[in-house]
Design a protein around this ligand. Sequence first.
Ligand SMILES: *Cc1c(COP(=O)(O)O)cnc(C)c1O
Length: 465
Amino acid sequence: MKYISTRGNSPEVGFIDAILAGLAPDGGLYVPKEWPRLDEDVLAKIDDLPYYEVAAIVLKSFAGDDLSLETARAICAQAYDKQWHDNDIVPSREIAPNTYLMELFHGPSLAFKDVAMQMIGALFEYCLDRRGEKLSVICATSGDTGGAAVEAFKNKKNIELFVLMPDGRVSEVQKRFMTASGGDNVHALILDGDFDGAQTLLKGLFADKEFVKEVKLAPVNSVNFARIIAQCVYFLKSAQVLGKKSKIDYVVPTGNFGDALSGWVAKKLGANIGMINIANNANNALAIAMKTGHFQIGESSVATISPAMDIQIPSNFERVMYELANGDEKSRAQTIVDIYASLKAKHQFDIAPDTLAQIGKEFQSSYADDETTRIAVNDCHEKTNEVICPHTAVGWDAIKNCRKDNPIILLATAHPAKFPEAIVEILGINPDLPNFVSDLFDRPEKYEKLALNENIIKNYIRSKI
Ligand SMILES: *Cc1c(COP(=O)(O)O)cnc(C)c1O
């Protein structure tokens, strides 16, 4: 399986090179040169297979000759083992007529990011062992990626993990997952700025090829296609289980567009999926662009009660624009290069009308500000007795704008106990942390506060490897 860059100016690479590099050298994102599709007989049996087996099939189909099916199965068996607190890994329940809640938060850090990160942890360990290499794994986090990465990589040999989080923009529980893991190879960095600032700094680090080589830097943000592969498994599995009579529509609380893209990728694999409804919070540049074709961002993101979605520039939207743009590989890559040049210079870009029409066939969008989100937490609790986290609530609000032709699965992206401040304020209920993390606030913390400055971060990383 070959991977190419959305910006068209990087050599083709194999699967393992694509995921260990994460970002293409030209600053683009890797996509498969040809998209795999599962055979009908494989699709027909997904329903009966345990989660890790489905994951192994998906992983193998994107890895091609780089991994055997046995190896993929061993990696996925390790990833979806006893650190999961539900036997179904991602259980779905009907909470209202034809409306299902898929709980993605039964992993070790209580957010959907665990589903992918656990697979990546096992996958990276295998690849590094096989090659006898070491890696500096890095992520910028709006809250949950960091905790999931810490749980996936702590105490793994051959890996140092660097987590960049924006100061004051993550909940106390989220922060503790990053600072109180006890892993010697975990470096939690609190930066003065917002998530977009941290993500831009990260891109800056990767633009310095010498530095990347020197410290062997790899990102595990959803720019890394491995995240997308792992996440499309739960779309595939749930669509095959619940979509026997009709297609399934999804509602996906969205920040960086990684999860929403994963749904689209599952559809390409052959999953019985209809519409993917993306739900933004007050940082609604993407939701508006999907309706109007005009993408425009402000000076900085707005802080909301769904902080993991406080993102203005959804990095994975690049992959969809690339795939759905008109023309051959070369002209589509040029479209992407032009878009990002415009974004850099003018904080805006326009999506070509025919591309927008293609996007509209696969995705719909809506958004909710904090007030609407609070109402949605309440509304869901009143109607279904479920306590949902504020991110999931942004999705609950979106349901009212969705077509109702097909059953809807709403992705519950985090455990409500990860955001107790908001839930107490809205519902007057204090959601309990599950037992396995009830000592989170008693564990010692370890972190550094650093300026949002490329050189400072580079020197810090150098000093730790
Ligand atoms: C990361 C995250 C999101 C957004 O997911 P993207 O893949 O970035 O769109 C939504 N909710 C929660 C709880 C998250 O942690």
